[in-house]
Design a protein around this ligand. Structure first.
Ligand SMILES: NC(=O)c1ccc[n+]([C@@H]2O[C@H](COP(=O)([O-])OP(=O)(O)OC[C@H]3O[C@@H](n4cnc5c(N)ncnc54)[C@H](OP(=O)(O)O)[C@@H]3O)[C@@H](O)[C@H]2O)c1
Length: 271
């Protein structure tokens, strides 16, 4: 697209920054919509986020921000309006500057995960879910799966307190959903197994779940995008389970993120 004096920027906040791929996938989508918006990487160290945002949001050329590691948990406190998705998770990955100068934030990790499942023909409704992880991605996934009508969710996390805290927050919003911190690392008996932790990014990482509990009738899904075939997915495929790649979560988010920045402000504020 041609960059003109009217083009508005969406700053992608990250540290490190070299690995980010969102500009190359989101910019064509925005251009296809005819939006005069461009995503640009902004390398902002973690401790500098507050100071950087205070200045950047005063530049009229900014339409908003995307945030990735390590900025997602800090973003809501720097925004004027925190939409329900970001409040539930305690983190945000998008913030839009409104015409009146307010900054409104949301997160699409969880809705992206569910959209990615659906785009692959998988409906989570009614599933018994075993979720590994209780960080930002896992929390987003848990709330979006609850919203999508799962029947049960067990949460396993290295730091058990965080699994219990996430379970309590889910129960507060979805009291009818059977929700608990898992006592065992075995996903045997569950129909949808999700790795929502960062385990699997390195070949030497510990398994996020006990592979002995993987079964042929399960769907085994990843949030980890690189490597595409994590050790968990390889183990699941070897046991005859259906596997679902982490890249589908990102694909599922792109439309939602483009909508967030391009639809009328009132509609962005209403969700
Ligand atoms: N596909 C997508 O679109 C997408 C979107 C967002 C994120 N992600 C991916 O999701 C993953 C998690 O990101 P996040 O933002 O949720 O990170 P986070 O908030 O830092 O959470 C990390 C999670 O992994 C666990 N963990 C990390 N190292 C561990 C270890 N050595 N042993 C056991 N557990 C460990 C943490 O457990 P503790 O609580 O015990 O520390 C926590 O549950 C990353 O790989 C990220 O790239 C993918």
């Amino acid at each position: 697209m041609e960059i003109t004096g009217r083009t508005r920027l969406i700053g992608l906040l990250a540290d490190p920054i070299a690995q980010v791929r969102t500009p190359s996938v989101l910019n064509p989508l925005l251009a296809a919509r005819g939006a005069d918006l461009i995503v640009v990487p902004l390398h902002v160290p973690g401790l500098d986020l507050s100071a950087a945002m205070a200045g950047l949001r005063r530049a009229k050329s900014f339409a908003g921000f995307l945030a990735t590691v390590p900025h997602k948990p800090a973003l809501p406190a720097l925004c004027d309006v925190v939409l329900p998705s970001a409040r539930q998770v305690g983190a945000a990955n998008c913030a839009r500057l409104l015409a009146d100068g307010r900054l409104v934030c949301a997160t699409f990790d969880g809705t992206g995960f569910v959209a990615g499942l659906r785009q692959q023909g998988l409906d989570p409704q009614g599933h018994k879910v075993f979720l590994a992880g209780a960080g930002g991605a896992a929390a987003g996934v848990a709330f979006a799966l609850a919203e999508a009508g799962i029947a049960e969710i067990a949460i396993l996390n290295r730091t058990r307190d965080k699994a219990e805290s996430l379970a309590a927050r889910l129960i507060a919003e979805f009291p009818a959903l059977k929700t608990y911190a898992a006592d065992s690392a075995s996903p045997a008996g569950f129909s949808l197994v999700v790795n929502g932790s960062s385990l699997g990014m390195q070949e030497t990482d510990a398994p996020p779940v006990d592979y002995a509990g993987l079964e042929p009738r399960q769907i085994v899904a990843e949030v980890v995008m690189a490597p595409e075939m994590t050790p968990l997915l390889r183990a699941a495929a070897a046991r005859g389970a259906q596997i679902h790649l982490g890249k589908h979560m990102l694909a599922g988010q792109l439309t939602a993120i483009a909508d967030f920045f391009t639809r009328p402000e009132a509609e962005t504020l209403a969700r």
